[in-house]
Design a protein around this ligand. Structure first.
Ligand code: AMP
Length: 212
C-alpha cells in the first residue's frame, strides 16, 4: 500500500484528545475503538488508517514502520529514546506532569533512596541531575502502593489533577517535567511518502495552533 498512511494511537485519553486535531486535518475514524474490536480503523480518507495499540508500543510501531506516524506521550518517548523516530510536533494534548511523590511524613529526597516507577530512564536522569544516587525499582502499574506498603521511599509517576495521589495518601515532593503528547513519524515514510506525510503534518500543526 504505497500511498496508505497508518497512524498509531492508543485508546482513552490520548485518542479522545487527538480526534479533534485529526478531524481538522479531515481524518475522521469510521469506527469507535471503545466499542469496536477492530485494531485497524478506516477513516473518512481512504488512504489513512488508524492503528489502535498500547501507548507504550507507539514508538516501536513507528520506528520499525508498522505505522507511518503516531501519537505518544513524552513520558513514553523518553523511555524509548533509542528508537529512531522524528518528533515534529508537540500536540499539546494529554497534558500532565511527571513528579516525585511520597508519604507526607517521609524524609526529604536524598541519597540511597528507593524509587519505584515505570519511568526508569526519566527517574534515573532526574536523580542524577540532582546529584542523588538512588535505587530504582521498575514497576508496571499501581505505583502509588509502593510507598504505602514500604516497597519504596518514593515514586516517579504522572500527575494530572492529583486525585490519585491524594486518594492513596501521597503528596508531590518534586516536579520533574511537564508532559504532553507528541506526533512521531517514521523516518523512511517521511522520504517515501513525503508529499502526503508533510501535508498531514502541516494540517495537524494548524489544528494544534487553532486549539491553543
Ligand atoms: P490524576 O489522579 O488526575 O492526578 O491522574 C493520575 C493518574 O492518571 C496516574 O495514574 C497517571 O499515571 C495517569 N495519568 C494522568 N495523566 C496522564 C497522561 N497524560 N497520560 C497517561 N497517564 C496519565
Amino acid at each position: 500500500m504505497p500511498n496508505q498512511i497508518r497512524i498509531a494511537v492508543s485508546k482513552g485519553r490520548i485518542y479522545k484528545q487527538a480526534l479533534p486535531l485529526l478531524a481538522q486535518a479531515d481524518v475522521e475514524p469510521l469506527d469507535d475503538p471503545e466499542t469496536s474490536r477492530k485494531l485497524i480503523l478506516d477513516t473518512s480518507d481512504p488512504d489513512i488508517k488508524l492503528v489502535i495499540i498500547r501507548a507504550t508500543d507507539v514508538p516501536a510501531y513507528v520506528a520499525y514502520g508498522g505505522a507511518d506516524m503516531g501519537v505518544a506521550g513524552k513520558d513514553v518517548l523518553l523511555e524509548n529514546e533509542r528508537l529512531p523516530v522524528y518528533e515534529p510536533l508537540d500536540l499539546g494534548i494529554a497534558r500532565c506532569r511527571m513528579s516525585v511523590a511520597g508519604l507526607p511524613e517521609s524524609r526529604p529526597l536524598g541519597r540511597r533512596m528507593r524509587i519505584a516507577t515505570k519511568y526508569v530512564n526519566s527517574a534515573r536522569k532526574y536523580f542524577a541531575s540532582q546529584g542523588l544516587q538512588v535505587e530504582i525499582i521498575k514497576l508496571y502499574g499501581s505505583m502509588e502502593l509502593a510507598p504505602v506498603l514500604g516497597l519504596a521511599d518514593a515514586i516517579v509517576d504522572l500527575v494530572d489533577t492529583g486525585a490519585t495521589l491524594m486518594a492513596n495518601g501521597l503528596v508531590e515532593k518534586a516536579h520533574i517535567m511537564d508532559i504532553s503528547s507528541r506526533l512521531v513519524v517514521n523516518k523512511a515514510s517521511m522520504k517515501t511518502k513525503h508529499a502526503r506525510m508533510s501535508q498531514l503534518i502541516e494540517d495537524i500543526k494548524q489544528a494544534v495552533e487553532v486549539e491553543q
